[in-house]
Design a protein around this ligand. Structure first.
Ligand SMILES: [Zn+2]
Length: 280
């Protein structure tokens, strides 16, 4: 298959489908679905490199401006990253759209073909195993109406971690991050012991920027544990100046802490898609 280049965000992504009703849900790296439409394929077939496509778009824009006097045009050089809800609304082939997304996240390349659209009516079933999902489907849909069944995902083991200086907080935040569909949730493990501390330092203004103190905070808390990290800095007493000279140094308070790590493992359900036979 042929591919074209498309920028990948530095961190995670967001659902950027304008016709999806979700509140631009965040999509972690490597996940989500991408929607490639035919128009995009046609334009990127001519300009597979990102630089080339950008240049061509700018050129077209300039030409229009020269001809008409003014021009505004909206264009897209890459596919749309979509959440599960949006992908289902667009009736995308979920397996293909998810595979395309995974490939794009890891390589920055997108297949040069439109995302297949499901024309058949389908239904999604989830279970603690593929067999269980299939059994659920067969309980609800008469066997005669089923055309075929495709496995979207097998059961996945997942892990989540949370760091906080207060272990109750780490546990609480971890608990709220476990997806609703998770099952076989293991017991939460807490590693380490949380600590907090502070140190007051006197510094001339030139050195006492929060960024500088963050960089060098260890210098001022030599007896803090090795795992301590910088938290924040506050100015306690502002410096005194006279005729532009510092006559009395300001005092800054550095807050530091050691975080505990709370972690948990759980499983995410298997997912299958059942294709129904066309009626009539
Ligand atoms: Zn969405």
């Amino acid at each position: 298959m042929e591919y074209f280049e498309s920028d990948v965000p530095a961190g995670g992504g967001r659902c950027s489908d304008n016709s999806c009703p979700c509140p631009e849900v965040s999509i972690p790296r490597g996940e989500g679905y991408i929607y490639i439409d035919q128009q995009l394929v046609d334009s990127r077939r001519r300009y597979p490199s990102l630089a080339g496509a950008r240049l061509a778009m700018q050129q077209t824009h300039q030409n229009m401006r020269a001809a008409v006097g003014s021009a505004s045009m909206a264009y897209r050089l890459g596919p749309i990253l979509v959440c599960e809800e949006g992908a289902k609304l667009r009736k995308l082939d979920l397996r293909v759209a998810a595979e395309d997304a995974k490939h794009w996240w890891s390589t920055g390349e997108v297949p040069l073909r439109a995302t297949p659209i499901k024309t058949a009516e389908t239904r999604i079933f989830k279970g603690h195993s593929i067999e269980e999902a299939k059994a659920l489907a067969k309980k609800e849909i008469p066997e005669d109406n089923i055309d075929k069944i495709e496995v979207i995902a097998d059961v996945k083991v997942a892990e989540k971690v949370n760091y906080h200086k207060i272990s109750e907080k780490a546990v609480q935040r971890l608990k709220s991050a476990i997806p609703k569909e998770a099952f076989d949730i293991g017991s939460i493990e807490v590693l380490g012991e949380g600590k907090e501390g502070e140190a007051d330092v006197k510094l001339p203004r030139a050195e006492a920027t929060p960024g500088w103190l963050e960089c060098w905070f260890r210098r001022y808390i030599p007896d803090a544990p090795a795992k301590a990290t910088f938290d924040k800095v506050e100015c306690i007493i502002p410096e005194k100046k006279f005729l532009g000279f510092v006559v009395k140094q300001g005092t800054w308070r550095i807050f530091w802490g050691v975080s505990v790590c709370a972690s948990v493992t759980y499983k995410m359900p298997a997912e299958i898609e059942v294709y129904l036979k066309p009626k009539g």
